[in-house]
Design a protein around this ligand. Structure first.
Ligand SMILES: Nc1ncnc2c1ncn2[C@@H]1O[C@H](COP(=O)(O)OP(=O)(O)OP(=O)(O)O)[C@@H](O)[C@H]1O
Ligand SMILES: [Mg+2]
Length: 316
């Protein structure tokens, strides 16, 4: 199996005078991996993506796409589809005409153009609209046409800078569904976004960037659950009421900081411990003989991780 990463950025730094828009950014997107790039406004997401796609020359550092140095731009970008500050599609054109235009840039013949245009427009659910002028489309539809442009060359690697920004919920969901449909096809994706659920639904891994530096990177579920030490709240619902002895046993488990009765058969446990300690707590609860109906874990999500890592940031 080819283990060459889809994207490998090493030590990327971009200086504007004495200001570092990004410093020493290291990012690896493996083949078949979907990675979300998260961070507050001005964190350096667009700068990173521009440096990766060669739209901007970094002050230092290097980028390889499928093993090819981005300085060999056309060769490295041959199998990349990207949407980064792409201008809106020309209103007088239809999606079909736009696909033809893009196909010509990639030197595709007419047979291949027809196949790929249909595939790209179907993926973004715009095939039915192929012969209508873009000018009359909603913002979400135009955004999907832009995405189809990126998908037209059937790229292995897709790089998108906030593809759902400014869309209404339906528009966002439709773009997300289009991207999810690409998952079965062994493609790699690097996507920047402000929408945390977009990352948790779409991406297996995440990189968080703040003040131009990558502050954490890795598997989404490992980051959320694996480290431990993060405060979570466990809501336990049982058939039989909690006795004071059982509550005492639960409070005696390592990592438990407090408990709160939510009702006779419902207890909220605040926990800050390791995964092993959490496993022990779970066993204690199940062995209590109360008949556990449900045990919900709250706070162990991307949102709480993000809030923790960006703590102290003000709204800019
Ligand atoms: N051409 C430029 N000249 C000077 N500073 C710049 C330039 N481009 C970006 N910056 C600065 O670099 C930093 C990173 O900007 P960037 O656009 O990469 O952030 P971002 O994470 O994409 O933010 P947003 O979420 O708002 O899109 C910001 O402080 C920005 O003001
Ligand atoms: Mg940006």
């Amino acid at each position: 199996m080819d283990t060459t990463p889809a994207i490998e950025a090493v030590g990327l730094t971009k200086m504007y005078g004495s200001f570092a828009a990004i410093s020493d950014v290291n990012l690896t997107v493996r083949r078949g991996e979907f990675m979300g790039l998260l961070g507050p406004n001005g964190a350096g997401k667009s700068t990173t993506l521009k440096a990766i796609t060669g739209l901007l020359k970094p002050t230092s550092g290097s980028v390889r796409i499928s093993g090819i140095d981005i300085r060999e731009h056309s060769k490295a970008m041959q199998h990349v589809g990207c949407v980064i500050e792409t201008p809106e599609p020309y209103p007088g054109f239809t999606p079909a005409e736009i696909m033809q235009y893009v196909a010509r840039m990639y030197g595709l013949d007419s047979r291949e153009t027809a196949i790929r245009a249909r595939d790209a427009l179907e993926t973004v659910k715009m095939w039915e609209w192929r012969d209508k002028k873009v000018g009359g489309f909603s913002k979400g539809m135009r955004q999907r046409v832009v995405l189809a442009q990126a998908l037209l060359p059937n790229p292995d690697t897709i790089i998108l800078d906030e593809p759902t920004s400014g869309l209404d919920p339906r528009g966002m969901i439709e773009i997300r569904q289009s991207l999810a449909a690409l998952k079965n096809r062994d493609r790699s994706l690097l996507i920047s976004t402000h929408i945390l659920s977009e990352v948790s639904e779409l991406c297996g891994s995440v990189a968080m960037i703040r003040d131009g530096r990558v502050i954490t990177q890795g598997d989404v579920s490992t980051l959320i659950h694996g480290v431990g030490g993060r405060q979570i709240s466990l809501e336990i619902r049982t058939v039989a009421p909690f006795t004071s002895q059982i509550v005492k046993n639960i409070e005696g488990c390592q990592g438990v900081s407090s408990t709160e009765h939510m009702g006779d058969c419902s207890l909220r446990v605040t926990f800050t411990g390791t995964p092993e300690q959490q496993a022990h707590l779970t066993e204690t609860v199940f062995r209590s003989g109360l008949g556990v109906l449900a045990m919900n874990e709250k706070g162990a999500n991307l949102e709480s991780l993000y809030m923790e890592l960006t703590e102290g940031d003000e709204v800019k």
